[in-house]
Design a protein around this ligand. Structure first.
Ligand SMILES: [Zn+2]
Length: 104
């Protein structure tokens, strides 16, 4: 898996949510590791740069669907990181939630 795909991130997010329906021993640790992997993959895809571009008022050049998907996946990762890592005291990706004013 040299270069992740956006669809791979989406699939991992679905698996992460599915794991919640039947938590087993090690659930919290495995969920956190999945979240960390997701953030790393997202950074490989430069989703953080894409999001920053829009929050700074720039345009990316992607079609609307791809642009929206990239933005939503990055925002979802922020939520996942906070919901899984927060209660465990593991917020270490140093991302701060910001309100997107670009109308996406
Ligand atoms: Zn965009």
């Amino acid at each position: 898996m040299d270069e992740p795909r956006l669809s791979t991130l989406q699939a991992l997010l679905i698996l992460l949510k599915a794991r919640e329906s039947a938590p087993k021993k090690g659930y919290y640790f495995r969920s956190w590791m999945t979240a960390k992997t997701l953030v790393s993959m997202a950074k490989d895809l430069e989703l953080h740069d894409h999001y920053a571009l829009h929050t700074n008022g720039g345009t990316c050049g992607f079609d609307h669907v791809e642009c929206l998907t990239k933005t939503r996946v990055w925002q979802t990762l922020l939520i996942v990181e906070m919901m899984i890592g927060g209660p465990q005291g593991r917020l270490q990706h140093h991302r701060r939630p910001r309100v997107c004013l670009t109308g996406l």
